[in-house]
Design a protein around this ligand. Sequence first.
Ligand code: 3HC
Length: 311
Amino acid sequence: EDAAGQAHFDRIIAEDSRIEPRDWMPAAYRKTLLRQISQHAHSEIIGMQPEANWITRAPSLKRKAILMAKVQDEAGHGLYLYSAAETLGQTRDKMMDDLIAGKARYSSIFNYPALSWADMGAIGWLVDGAAICNQVPLCRASYGPYGRAMVRICKEESFHQRQGFEILLELSNGTPEQKQMAQDAVNRWYAPALMMFGPPDDDSPNSKQSMAWNIKRFSNDELRSRFVGMMVEQVRVLGLTLPDDQVRFNEDTKKWEHGPLDWHEFQEVLAGRGPCNAQRLERRRAAHDDGAWVREAAAAYAAKQSAKQQK
Ligand code: 3HC
């Protein structure tokens, strides 16, 4: 225990200021940040898969170029976040090993299949929309490297959400079959997107402490409710509907409410038994193995350069 360090830490948090990598911090603060940031980084990397599967089937050159750029952005987000996590003393190799071994968490949402082109629209609009809603407050997270990484990520996510919205808008204004395809995609992604915000507040063991440390700024249910309110407006512009007839604004609490979610399904996905968990991890393992020669070549090159410098 470091009394002076603790006092400094407490003051920084009370002032709503920032903790930086060289500052003293409680072990539990470091641990929860590593838990959240590495989970977040893995989500970005695994999250490339559902959309990457559609790059070869994009309906036009323009759509293909946009989708490739978007998937590439997600890789970049993963890299900023792994770097932020490394400042807490964890190596990227260890994080990657944990992911590949199936020991690390990543967002539940990426264990659902992308079945049609319209899913590219629904993922951009709903999934990236939920990500923005969750991540804008994280730009003010008390840990400096995490908050700063989030600023750039949120800017790029805004573009991603617009491109998803635009795909859906175009399909919705297309043939009846295209409009139906858009509605079907929204129907399938709506509930999983709401579950991205995490378990209900009463079942969220980490929220209270993370909020006290100014890592999280709002509870899971609060952000979920705000998200529903945003989507309710936007779905009208799309000419589509949300698959939830219980969405309403509660005048007493001034909050948006939604229908019940299947939390058993959420737990199953977290336990590795969602529709695509096995496939996603298998693909990540294969990509890691396929990239072994690149890592070996980079290490050999670095060794050669440092040997040269020592001569
Ligand atoms: N998927 C998988 N695991 C989840 C989850 C979800 N949707 N929601 C919660 N969990 C896990 C938590 O990680 C925690 O597990 P752990 O204790 O083993 O780490 C457990 O369920 C209990 O949940 P809590 O509410 O207590 O956990 P948190 O306080 O950490 O809150 C969170 C969960 C809101 C997801 C928070 O961690 C968070 O804001 N994370 C950063 C954002 C993030 O990870 N986003 C990924 C979404 S997708 C994305 O960014 C890609 C985009 O480009 C499309």
